[in-house]
Design a protein around this ligand. Structure first.
Ligand code: ZN
Length: 251
């Protein structure tokens, strides 16, 4: 009999579902905006992609992946130290009023009372201006960057506190995670399960008008995933998630 670990294996709550569905619909629609794609394409150093239309898709993708992590983005830690005195800070998160400004994280220094603010945007251009964030900001912006290079790319969320991208390469969706070091960042779908001990229930991929259950692509323990879904009596099936997603209006 298979043993099912209790930790970190829950189906997403209806609240998490609603919030992420609205956000990812908003993000995916931005991937269709020529204005936004043009803006982010101009951020990429020309030497990485050349001036003409990209022909060999893998090569610029890998170069851009490395540039994005090494040179462009910065990571925003969950427990930052004070920039002035290096002391620990007290964290407060205020919910935003829409997917465009998801929340505002405020950090107050225990020692000198200085304040740091981290607005968590859903708007691609705002993220590209701030050039900082965690996996959600990184994957939302990086998805736009790849779409701007005519590499069809979508957002993937595991409902265990991580998200990444998938790109359509030679007719297949390929795992891309700009927060990881290359080459792990490219086509290593089992990395999280093998190294972060992820215990999936649902891994979902989002496009502008559709949602796909892609859990199987990221697990070598599909039987355990099915047991988890059964055990937590998820009343919602992947097809129902797709229906809910298709009905979401995003303004
Ligand atoms: Zn301080």
């Amino acid at each position: 009999m298979l043993k099912l670990p209790l930790v970190n294996c829950m189906v997403p709550s209806s609240r998490a579902i609603k919030d992420t569905f609205v956000l990812y619909k908003g993000i995916s629609k931005q991937y269709d905006s020529l204005e936004i794609l043009h803006y982010v394409r101009n951020l990429i150093p020309g030497k990485l992609i050349g001036d003409t239309e990209v022909k060999d898709r893998d090569e610029p993708l890998k170069s851009v992946l490395q540039w994005f992590k090494k040179d462009f983005m910065r990571w925003t830690p969950k427990d930052p130290k004070c920039k002035r005195c290096n002391a620990l800070m007290i964290t407060q998160s205020i919910k935003g009023n829409s997917w465009k400004l998801r929340s505002m994280e405020m950090y107050t220094c225990n020692n000198c009372c200085s304040l740091q603010v981290f607005p968590r945007y859903g708007e691609i251009i705002k993220i590209s201006e701030s050039r900082t964030g965690r996996c959600s900001e990184w994957s939302m912006l990086f998805g736009a960057i790849l779409n701007s290079l005519y590499i069809e790319t979508r957002i993937v969320h595991d409902y265990l506190d991580h998200c990444w991208n998938e790109s359509l390469i030679d007719g297949k969706w390929v795992h891309i995670d700009s927060t990881l070091d290359y080459p792990i960042s490219f086509s290593h779908p089992y990395y999280y399960e093998q190294n972060w001990d992820k215990k999936y229930s649902y891994v979902l991929a989002f496009s502008a008008n559709s949602l796909e259950d892609v859990t199987k692509r990221y697990t070598q323990q599909w039987d355990l995933v099915q047991l988890r879904r059964k055990r937590y009596k998820s009343s919602v099936k992947a097809e129902e998630y797709a229906n809910i997603y298709s009905r979401i209006q995003c303004t």
